[in-house]
Design a protein around this ligand. Structure first.
Ligand code: 3PG
Length: 393
């Protein structure tokens, strides 16, 4: 973005790697376009600077060298055209050369169908690097992948830099964790402890409240000596859950364990829901949400927080009978004066459902990438850009 501001992008061929991997329905219609909208400022900046602009992204996980119609970025090109207010031609087979004039923008078809993209073959990366004078990575959502368009091309392009979205995302998340207004509360929910164990461990060294939800909370309830009936849990991770609780307690911090829950006998939208104290879960009960008392207590903690990090709904919020916990948490975040940061596909769906987009301080476009930053990992696609910057590129 500095290059554009300094006028150095005029007449230059700029290759932008964006993350336009958006969900689609069976008919190929885009159901959620946040990532496309978030890519617009970078593209506009390059166009306004007078560059010849190429944009690419992956879509899904296609088989390399075997392009299928459903792999096409055509719906994305259409949506991008609407957002930019100009036609965005879609270019197939672009690796060996692209025709684009200064002041124009083209979309390069799904980069993941190119053989060598996933495993980052140097041959492909060098070819792609020859297409441009300036490589810009603005794909935060894919920054945890070291692929041809996220890593390899950054090694060989004459100039390689981060776009505004990539920089803003990493800044927002790392600042929220490194210099938080306290208390710092994190909500880590989802079905499995195993997929989020390193995040829980890393946050347990930093946050003041670690609010767990979903299957993760069930495992923590087991660790706290409660019965959870036939609820989803990972009993083999009890020791890890206990260690997280102990690490938090040693710092005077807390993992609030639900004191009441909403249970059903089957996992279904119309299953009769019953609120129970957490100590009275029956052997054939399935915990599908936190109870109202727990939700109220967590909501008041969130309202008193200085910073909130949110990943994951705390119950089966797709079913009306089990959405109260997630809705209460969402509303508490919306009403809290705390700076809040949220990410992950299900979390974004909850934010949209409860209409709190404007009250969340920062909504990340990352799924896996957001989680890896929370884990404290350095994202390879960002790391290579830093290396290039240090080398004076
Ligand atoms: C995502 O949706 O999280 C990103 O676009 C990355 O996609 P991937 O997991 O297929 O690499």
């Amino acid at each position: 973005s500095d290059l554009c501001a300094q006028g150095k992008a005029r007449d230059q061929r700029v290759f932008i790697r964006a993350d336009l991997n958006v969900p689609q329905d069976d008919a190929g219609r885009i159901t959620e376009d946040t990532r496309i909208r978030a890519s617009v400022p970078c593209i506009r900046m390059a166009l306004d600077a007078g560059a010849a602009v190429m944009v690419t992204s992956h879509l899904g996980r296609p088989t390399e060298g075997a392009f299928q119609p459903e792999d096409s970025l055509a719906p994305v090109a259409q949506r991008l055209s609407e957002l930019l207010g100009r036609e965005v031609p879609l270019i197939a087979n672009w690796v060996d050369g692209v025709q684009v004039a200064p002041g124009q923008v083209v979309l390069l078809e799904n980069c993941r169908v190119n053989p060598g993209e996933k495993k980052n073959s140097p041959e492909l990366a060098q070819k792609m690097a020859r297409l441009c004078d300036i490589y810009v990575n603005d794909a935060f959502g894919t920054a945890h992948r070291a692929e041809g368009t996220t890593y390899g091309i950054a090694q060989y392009a004459p100039v390689a830099c981060a776009g505004p979205l990539l920089s803003a995302e990493i800044d927002a998340i790392t600042k929220a964790l490194a210099q938080p207004a306290r208390p710092l509360a994190a909500i880590v929910a989802g079905s499995k402890v195993s997929t989020k164990l390193t995040i829980l461990q890393s946050l347990s060294r930093n946050v003041d409240q670690l609010i767990v939800g979903g299957g993760i909370a069930n495992t923590f309830m087991l660790a706290a000596g409660l019965s959870i009936g036939k609820s989803l849990a990972e009993p083999d991770l009890l020791d890890e859950a206990k260690a997280v609780i102990a690490a938090m307690a040693a710092r005077g911090a807390e993992v609030p364990i639900p004191t009441d829950v909403v249970v059903a006998k089957t996992f279904a939208a119309d299953a009769p829901a019953t609120v129970k104290p957490a100590t009275e879960v029956a052997d054939d009960d399935l915990i599908l949400d936190i109870g109202p008392e727990t939700a109220r207590r967590l909501a008041s903690q969130l309202k008193a927080a200085g910073t909130i990090v949110w990943n994951g709904p705390v119950g089966v919020f797709e079913f009306a009978a089990f959405e109260n916990g997630t809705r209460t948490i969402a509303q508490a975040i919306a009403e809290s004066p705390a700076f809040s940061i949220a990410g992950g596909g299900d979390t974004l769906a909850a934010i949209a459902k409860y209409g709190i987009e404007k009250q969340v301080g920062y909504i990340s476009t990352g799924g896996g990438a957001f989680l890896e930053v929370l884990e404290g990992k350095t994202l390879p696609a960002f790391e290579i850009l830093e290396k290039r910057a240090q080398a004076g590129a």
